[in-house]
Design a protein around this ligand. Structure first.
Ligand SMILES: Cc1cc2nc3c(=O)[nH]c(=O)nc-3n(C[C@H](O)[C@H](O)[C@H](O)COP(=O)(O)OP(=O)(O)OC[C@H]3O[C@@H](n4cnc5c(N)ncnc54)[C@H](O)[C@@H]3O)c2cc1C
Length: 200
């Protein structure tokens, strides 16, 4: 086998790329090249959950703009996307909220075979239970966030806390992809454990 010959070339080390590179290299005889346009994610603004907006319009951001929006008087909107290891999972807001069951079921009804909620749910469960993803409740929510949740509950809205993959209506804190209060990106969850493999 040539050292520069690969079975798969994965372009982009974001959410999808990190998972793919990790899964594909579980087989020791499969050689994978993972290409990332951006650089390192070793920055405090990546680790500190509330600091991600400091990464906007830096070298860690593709700094996109939308086309002019007719419904916004022709304005273009700033559209951040991560450009570093972890991709946008290194600068996103870390909220872990599986889609509403009705959305998946609507996709399946529209012809997306295998995408009903009952069919995708085991994959969420697998990702959540493999010990790679880290999902927590926010450690230190803003006091106004807590006050909002309490006020909504006092008005009679049901309590829904955490990942809420049943799509129940209610109010509560959402889960976040963090570990011990720090961001836990796709690079942390999937890429770093796989990097020790010689076939990646
Ligand atoms: C500001 C912000 C907040 C968000 N908040 C949340 C949230 O709270 N909860 C949530 O679930 N989702 C959130 N998201 C969305 C979530 O992060 C994305 O849906 C997810 O990361 C998309 O995964 P991806 O693999 O498609 O792309 P990305 O994770 O963006 O990865 C793409 C990677 O490909 C690289 N790349 C692109 N072109 C090339 C090239 N030509 N060659 C090599 N590499 C290339 C990029 O640099 C990047 O690293 C947020 C996104 C943003 C931008």
């Amino acid at each position: 086998m040539q050292p520069d010959t690969f079975d798969y070339v994965v372009v982009g080390a974001g959410a999808a790329g990190c998972v793919l590179a990790s899964r594909l290299t579980e087989r020791a005889d499969t050689r994978v090249l993972l290409l990332e346009a951006g650089g390192s994610d070793r920055r405090s603004e990546v680790r500190i959950p509330a600091a991600f907006t400091k990464l906007f319009k830096t070298a860690c951001d593709w700094n996109y703009e939308t086309v002019p929006q007719p419904a916004l008087a022709g304005r273009r909107l700033y559209w951040p996307r991560g450009r570093m290891l972890g991709g946008s999972t290194s600068l996103n807001a870390q909220m872990y909220v599986p889609g509403h069951p009705a959305d998946y079921d609507a996709w399946a009804a529209a012809g997306a075979k295998g995408w009903s909620h009952a069919e995708v749910r085991p994959y969420f469960r697998r990702a959540e239970s493999a010990g790679t993803l880290s999902i927590e409740l926010p450690r230190d929510p803003n006091p106004t966030t807590r006050a909002f949740v309490e006020a909504a509950r006092a008005c009679g809205l049901p309590a829904v806390t955490g990942r809420n993959d049943g799509g129940r209506e209610g109010v509560g804190l959402t889960s976040v992809t963090q570990r011990r209060g720090r961001r836990w990106s796709a690079a942390d969850a999937y890429l770093r454990p796989a990097l020790r493999r010689r076939n990646l």
